[in-house]
Design a protein around this ligand. Sequence first.
Ligand SMILES: [Zn+2]
Length: 113
Amino acid sequence: MHEMSLAEGVLQIIEDHAAKAGFARVKTVWLEIGALSGVETEAMRFCFDAVTHGSVADGAALEIVTTPGTGWCMRCGVSVPMTERYDPCPRCGGYQLQVQGGTEMRIKELEVE
Ligand SMILES: [Zn+2]
């Protein structure tokens, strides 16, 4: 489950930020997860709760914002929406799609106190 190491990475960022900004508690974490990132949201929630236990983000609410995937169809010559990495082009049904967006995961916002 690679979500565990991703969750650890998220916590690391939060803790670095806490040290710099000087806050003691995180109430809410908004996490953007790209539709094509391969990150399972439910697994992410579980791992986040596990790794944040006893940290500044202990008990913090995790708000997951899914960002849509987009790809470039070489046949159509346009950007098209993608929900799965190996989906065909919704316009021409071809598989010559290059993934453009929706592959990343990042912290969008933190609510602290
Ligand atoms: Zn196409």
